[in-house]
Design a protein around this ligand. Structure first.
Ligand code: ADA
Length: 570
């Protein structure tokens, strides 16, 4: 997986990014015609999206990718950072497996591979419909392709496939009770015994293990206590190395210790109140789609920090782990969710057992791959689904229970656009609200009345202890469209509305924070209701040029951040 640091010092890894053979398969004949054994194509670069290639801008369907690789042989593990949306993979024409769902890593293992040249082939399909996740009617672009790094690893002996640090801080936050859950795999054809070493700060734990040929097993270290560490926080994002090794393999990750709590007035990090001041951000760019370049990730973070943000919502899917690594380093809080974007999901679809299972699988994968990131303080279950219906309630109950069970010390929430009739408030730790008063709907609606009505309903349902997070609000502004009169679609209109919202939310002690919709304009398939084919509610243009709203948000967020240093709450 591409990370900001080296994950392996023993395991041999080769990055397979670069030039691949590529062909679109619009009539879906590839498998029947045996393209898994080879096909005529043109060259393309991986990672990328095909929608930036001439002729495929609006293409939805299957495309094929293949490339050669050389290996010394043995057990190979192919790691795909993200393939949108369904991947089927072959090695030398032999089927290895498939994966459904973009935006999250998956791996396929093949044992007994011979030494020499091999051909890796991937069929990628980004078709969407009413039951796909994301479903067809979403407010972003259905890019397709191999959008994050691909690599191949050579496994030897007993291997460490995953290591998850589970910890509980003491009440004084000066010591931490830890254990590490390890996923181990015997890559050989014979039973093996080894000793796994786990190192974290001054502790080194050894775990003896015997695995049958080809066996995968999750085991946990005994509990151990650490003291003399620094907490991870927004001011001091202290990270520590978690190193796991067997005699033939290793895995390195970074962890941080922090406590996330929710009280009626908001979110507390390590016992200190933190007002969530942030933006929603699509990991998308007109020139690269979802194959978002690393240097731009860093630039986006620089811009967000300058804007005074301490929080980013990865709307609406798990972001590149590299980006989350950067957030870990910079002390920025992250809200990570899966792409269940409700707009077009009918009630029947929410009940559909395949859809429910797909969503569950995506949550499990998100937790599995992102568990150790201290910056992730919020798991988002879904966005704007029909939470007043039986199906919405059941989906929320199911995912909330799951994420509370497996998600570690994190807030679990979902973004609702119907808080005055939402029947799922039981299934969230903070009430995250997407609302666009001042943009959609009548000009007479009042934000103040709306927030009061939400609080009255929340309290009457017995959830007065759950703070409100304004997870989306904003207005469209076409970059460069200025207006003395402050007409809609002008930068002035957006700046005024967003500024007034932030000031109102900041002044209300029931509101935990504001996440402006959104960071930068992003391409959408809603091209009739969205000028230019973009969602224009970015405070930056798609090329990261600031609109007037950027400066308004920066003024307010930076002021609040300054004031919070003297804030005595918590
Ligand atoms: C929703 C949705 C966003 C975006 C926004 C808008 O709240 O979650 O993805 O579509 O509305 O711009 O209308």
């Amino acid at each position: 997986m591409s990370r900001l640091f080296r994950e392996h010092r023993i395991r041999e890894c080769e990055i397979l990014d670069g030039t691949w053979n590529f062909a679109a398969d619009p009539s879906g004949v590839g498998i029947d015609e045996g393209w898994q054994n080879g096909f005529e194509g043109t060259s393309t670069v991986v990672p990328s999206v095909w929608n930036t290639k001439g002729g495929l801008e609006e293409y939805e369907g299957a495309c094929w990718y293949s490339r050669e690789l050389y290996t010394e042989g043995g057990t190979l593990r192919f790691v795909f950072g993200s393939v949108l949306t369904e991947a089927r993979v072959w090695l030398d024409g032999e089927y290895l497996g498939s994966h459904y769902g973009g935006f999250c890593q998956f791996e396929l293992i093949k044992r007994n591979v011979s030494r020499g040249e091999h051909r890796l082939t991937v069929r990628v399909d980004n078709s969407s419909d009413s039951r796909s996740i994301p479903q067809s009617g979403v407010d972003w672009y259905h890019y397709g392709g191999i959008t994050r790094q691909v690599s191949v690893e050579r496994l030897d002996g007993i291997c460490v496939l995953a290591a998850r640090l589970e910890y509980t801080l003491s009440p004084k936050l000066d010591s931490v009770d830890c254990r590490v859950a390890l996923t181990l795999f015997n890559s050989q054809d014979i039973e093996l015994t080894d000793s796994i070493s786990v190192r974290l700060l001054d502790k080194e734990i050894s775990v003896p293990v015997t695995l049958k040929a080809g066996e995968t097993r999750e085991i946990c270290t005994q509990n151990f206590t650490i003291s003399g560490f620094e907490l991870w926080s927004t001011d001091n994002p202290r990270l520590y190395a978690l190193e796991v090794s067997s005699s033939t393999d290793d895995l390195y990750d970074r962890v941080g210790f922090r406590l996330v709590e929710v009280k009626s007035d908001g979110v507390y990090l390590n016992g200190r109140y933190v007002e969530l001041l942030g933006v929603n951000r699509h990991e998308e760019h007109p020139d690269f789609g979802f194959a978002f370049p690393e240097a731009l990730m860093e630039r986006d973070i620089d811009i967000a920090v300058k804007m005074g943000c301490n929080t980013i919502r990865g709307a609406h899917y798990p972001n590149n782990p590299l980006f989350v690594d950067m957030l870990d380093e910079r002390g920025i809080l992250f809200y990570s969710e899966i792409p269940i974007w409700g707009g077009g999901f009918a009630e029947a679809t929410l009940k559909d057992s395949d859809v429910l299972l797909r969503g569950e699988q995506m949550h499990r994968e998100m937790v599995e791959h992102y568990y150790n990131h201290p910056s992730i303080i919020i798991w988002g279950m879904h966005n704007e689904i029909l939470t007043e219906t039986e199906a919405g309630i059941e989906m929320s109950r199911r995912y909330y229970t799951l994420l509370k069970e497996i998600g570690g010390n994190r807030i679990v929430t979902f973004a609702t656009n119907r808080p005055l009739k939402d029947e799922c408030l039981e299934y969230c730790d903070v009430i995250s609200i997407n609302m666009y008063i001042g943009w959609y709907g009548s000009k007479d609606e009042s934000w103040k009345d709306f927030i009061s009505a939400v609080k009255v309903r929340r309290d009457s349902l017995g959830y007065a202890d759950k703070p409100i997070l304004m997870s989306e609000f904003g207005a469209g502004a076409v970059y460069g469209h200025r207006s003395f009169e402050g007409f809609r679609w002008s930068e002035e209109y957006q700046a005024k509305l967003v500024g007034e919202c932030i000031e109102l939310f900041h002044s209300d002690s029931a509101v935990a924070g504001s996440l402006v919709w959104h960071f930068a304009d992003a391409r959408t398939q809603f091209d009739l209701t969205r000028a230019r084919g973009y969602n224009n509610k970015g405070v930056l243009s798609e090329y990261r040029h600031p609109k007037a709203a950027y400066f308004k948000v920066a003024e307010l967020y930076n002021r609040y951040q300054k004031e919070s240093k003297t804030n005595t709450r918590g």
